[in-house]
Design a protein around this ligand. Structure first.
Ligand SMILES: Nc1ncnc2c1ncn2[C@@H]1O[C@H](COP(=O)(O)OP(=O)(O)O)[C@@H](O)[C@H]1O
Ligand SMILES: [Mg+2]
Length: 241
């Protein structure tokens, strides 16, 4: 739907164009101005989206196109539509995507991250073990607080693959602090192949693990992914062709 000049000017923060065009009383001019400003607005949106997606550090881009939900159980009152509406992000709630490998957790986390970028939100994607490595590096270099400040500015932090690699005690503590920073301030998406009961094997300490899970789970939507690995299915299809 074409936007009115006044709307376009408001969104582009142009204070005087509407008055000028109105004074001219020239429909052609109005239409031309609308086309030009619509093009400018669209260009700015695209540039912003590109920048947000780049800053997010996704390992690759995934969208919901062709994504199937059959094997995912949603908590009561939650649905694919609700998830994609990003209401949970506005409410600073978390998403925990749990299940076996190859069932689409990373794909969903990225697709939601891209959707968030479309809404102008700042997103940061990390494989959990990579974030821990960065935190340790910053800690040693004495620049940890600056880095944590930076992380605090994002609207959505995605921590992929919690569970594959156990963390050292320092690593666990550093990650705990980041998650504690996010609590009720920012949304976190965590993907994991392990149930919470097994998280102690990743974080080492029982107390720290339960404090961490506690913060994540409060105000969270927990989705469980079941079924066969898509990677395996796709590979089989290629073999059977
Ligand atoms: N629900 C889905 N619909 C369509 N393709 C999917 C779905 N889930 C996963 N895939 C594809 O299967 C592969 C493995 O998914 P991935 O998200 O990496 O799994 P996980 O993170 O759970 O190990 C990817 O190529 C992904 O695009
Ligand atoms: Mg994954």
């Amino acid at each position: 739907m074409a936007m009115e000049l006044a709307d376009l000017c408001r969104q582009l923060r142009l204070a005087h164009v509407v008055d000028y065009v109105s004074l001219q009383q020239n429909e052609q001019l109005r239409s031309l101005a609308e086309q030009l400003l619509a093009a400018e607005l669209d260009g700015r949106r695209r540039a912003k989206l590109g920048k947000l997606v780049q800053q997010a550090g996704f390992p690759h881009i995934k969208t919901f196109e062709g994504y199937v939900y059959d094997h995912i159980s949603f908590p009561q009152g939650s649905s694919p539509e609700q998830l994609r509406s990003l209401e949970w992000l506005e409410r600073k709630e978390n998403l925990l995507l749990m299940g076996a490998v190859g069932t689409g957790k990373t794909h969903m986390a990225i697709a939601l991250g891209v959707e968030a970028c479309r809404r102008g939100k700042a997103v940061q994607f990390y494989r959990a073990s990579d974030l821990v490595a960065v935190l340790q590096e910053k800690f040693v270099a004495g620049t940890l607080s600056r880095f944590r400040e930076k992380l605090r500015k994002v609207d959505l932090l995605i921590l992929d693959e919690v569970g594959y690699v156990p963390f050292s005690q320092t690593g666990s503590e550093l990650l705990f602090n980041v998650i504690a920073d996010c609590y009720e301030q920012q949304s976190v998406i965590v993907t994991s192949n392990l149930e919470f009961g097994q998280w102690t094997s990743v974080f080492g300490d029982t107390k720290l693990t339960s404090a961490l899970v506690d913060r994540l789970v409060h105000h969270a939507h927990i989705l469980s992914f079941t079924g066969e690995s898509f990677r395996f299915k796709q590979a089989m299809e290629r073999i059977l062709l």
